[in-house]
Design a protein around this ligand. Sequence first.
Ligand SMILES: *Cc1c(COP(=O)(O)O)cnc(C)c1O
Length: 369
Amino acid sequence: MDVLNSRRTRACISLTAYRRNLLYFSEQGAPSLIAPVIKADGYGHGAIPLAKVAADLGCPYLCVGFLEEALQLRYAGVTLPILVFNYFAPETTPLFIQENLTATVYSGYQLEAIAPYIAGGKLRAHLKVDTGMSRLGVKPEEVERLIRRVWEIGNIELEGLYSHFATADDPDSDFARRQYEQFAALRRLYRSSIRYFHISNSAGAQYLSVDPFDFIRLGISSYGLDARNQKRPSELSPVLSWETILSHVKTIREGASISYGRTFIADRPMTIGTVAVGYADGYNRLLSNRGSVLVKGRRCPILGRVCMDQFMIDLSGIPAPEPGEKVTLLGFDGAEEISCEEIAALLSTINYEVTCLISKRVPRVYTEV
Ligand SMILES: *Cc1c(COP(=O)(O)O)cnc(C)c1O
């Protein structure tokens, strides 16, 4: 143990698997390059170590959601170009210039608001065009006016034009194709004056056969998770696993109740275990009486409500369980796996949210296996 980890709980992040996924998409997407998306602290995996892997592999760009995430990378010594996707308060514009970060320009209103803060510097920016997400971005018909205005303002280096798919996870999606066609038309108009064009996310890379142009903004698939929230395709390597230990093992009698609210009553004498993780670790309370974990390679159902720091499991059928035994919350133990998709299904959400919500109380441990 190189850092104090008294309760033996850790999210293990395989940098080898992460590298393998980036390389797989680099080969598959060539000549387009991979711009890893490591917003939300690398979807919960920890952005800084991933950024270093991406830099070593020669990725051209990193992408994050907010300015603070980009600054965290800069302060950790990451020198790659970094695109910030989202809103920033106009008065924070000088930080982009000072730290050589790339801003997203997504409306005329925003452009006028930030312009006075560029002052003597030069702001590097990518223009976002809304081809169908109705989130951030100027309408295709407004692009020309916006670009003119950028050139008029003068101290903005308009380096990129990008858009974002709404339905790239559906290979039959006419909508994605229409988005793509609109973007491709803009590219034909501006390719001599703008350097980079990018539209594809993970779903586009996995499921749409279109030219992603210069970069693929690769998020979820780089973590070895399927962009359609389906079973992991064999070409992806899972990056994150999450384990802890049994803090306590005991037998309970028939009729005993487990945890708050007594939502589980034993109908027979049982061996149960207490697990040293709870909802404050991002182990969702909605998994109460529904989820399972792995002990000695076997599935053990959760009994009763998940508490803030711990929950209880059924150890029936586990040979000689003892305190200190490894408990796998996510990932493999032998041939059995608890996948993010399994947890996501129980929570009516998608795999993305499962790793993003693992809280900062869980130490991340980086491995090369
Ligand atoms: C999050 C995000 C991505 C990455 O999406 P994935 O589905 O995880 O690949 C790409 N582009 C933008 C603009 C995003 O916000």
